[in-house]
Design a protein around this ligand. Sequence first.
Ligand SMILES: Cc1cc2nc3c(=O)[nH]c(=O)nc-3n(C[C@H](O)[C@H](O)[C@H](O)COP(=O)(O)OP(=O)(O)OC[C@H]3O[C@@H](n4cnc5c(N)ncnc54)[C@H](O)[C@@H]3O)c2cc1C
Length: 435
Amino acid sequence: MAAALRLARAGASVTLVERRPYLGGRAYSFTDPETGQEVDNGQHVFLGCCAAYRGFLEEIGSLDLTSRQKRLRVEVRSPDGKRGTLAALPLPAPLHLLPSLLRYPHVGLREKARAALALLAMRLERDRDRPALRRQSLRDWLRARGQSERAIAAFWDLIVIPALNDSSADVSASAGFMLFQEALLRSRGGASIGCAKTGLSALMGDPARRRLAEAGATTLTGKTAEAFIVENGRIAGARLAGGETLRADVVVSALAPEVLLRLLPEEWRTHPAFAPAGTHEWSPIVNLHVWWDRPVMDCEFAAFVDSPAQWVFNRSRIAGEEGPGQRLTVSLSAAWEFWPMSKEELQAAFVPELRRLFPAARDANATRFIVVKERRATFRSLPGGPDNRLPAVTPIRNFFLAGDWTATGWPSTMESAALSGAAAADAALRSEAAA
Ligand SMILES: Cc1cc2nc3c(=O)[nH]c(=O)nc-3n(C[C@H](O)[C@H](O)[C@H](O)COP(=O)(O)OP(=O)(O)OC[C@H]3O[C@@H](n4cnc5c(N)ncnc54)[C@H](O)[C@@H]3O)c2cc1C
């Protein structure tokens, strides 16, 4: 969507092809037939440091449909009722975090001092992509910096798991450094949390489609690209399901890496410029949407230590919905454990857990429970893997790559997707100008 809009705005004649009946990809919402409410496939948040994504929302006219904190403030609770806050104060970065870290009740004093030193080392690191950091896991790096198991569970992974959809044991130190540097250590506003007040389709897919039409682009939904046509080192277009052929001077692929490879002719699929895309691995996210017959949560979102619930979002409060009930979303990242569980098993595990976490839920009834599982929610930022994040420019001169998994330097996020779209569109425009 970002690439198509940029190209259309630059005067290109653009056709966007999408397999599904709607735009939005991995960030969409659907209407719950029982309540009539819009439900996201998964809670999506963005941070203050996500400038390209906010720019995209602005371009499609929907930034106003989001709310964003001025500065990070998140309550971190434990089931025994202990409450701490991670917050950015109006102090120069990275000192802005220090007061809340020092008061943080879920780890001991020595652990806090060590965490502060590790954050400082991250802040001072100039080359987070150097091989030593790419090869080791964040957890190994943290352990070598004296971080205890408790500190990893109750501080580091509290941030790493929702942001990178994997634990610190699984992500590379480079990916962890990227997250902490960009979100927490560089500026006071980098980690301020933003959420959609509407469903995700009303935020992105639908307005993007309208803007594309205004910019003169054609959107073909419900059309699957089956093969790219490459002739004499140039891409000539794509063959769509049903046999239709779409001819083009320039093609931007925003497909997932394995779909891209499937669509390429054999000699390009195995070409060293494309083949590494086939080595991406993916982590699952499970979202539980729970309706209560009365308000049970008193803030917009909270994170939990010593609980499987991870992060809970008060969708009613965020969307400004009227009572009498309340709708919560439990966002379970790196959900390997929850992925195989049935709806009944998840309900049996999490409704009591929410009652344990929210005293007001103890006498409340959970009136509706929806589970959305996304097996391939985000690509993994594993240590030591091959360089499988491909650049926008390919050896096929008029063929460009976008998608969150391309070489943006960002993890699997909407920011990465927006950055990749802009990079691919700019490269395409440059190549046309040069042709
Ligand atoms: C549950 C969940 C929670 C998430 N939470 C967050 C979050 O909090 N913050 C955040 O920033 N990111 C989050 N993400 C990640 C974010 O959604 C993705 O990074 C982003 O949407 C990727 O966009 P993309 O355009 O690169 O890929 P996609 O959204 O996957 O788009 C690829 C598109 O290609 C289409 N397609 C596939 N095959 C074909 C074909 N043959 N022909 C035509 N079209 C085809 C697909 O239908 C799809 O629309 C989350 C993801 C999930 C699943």
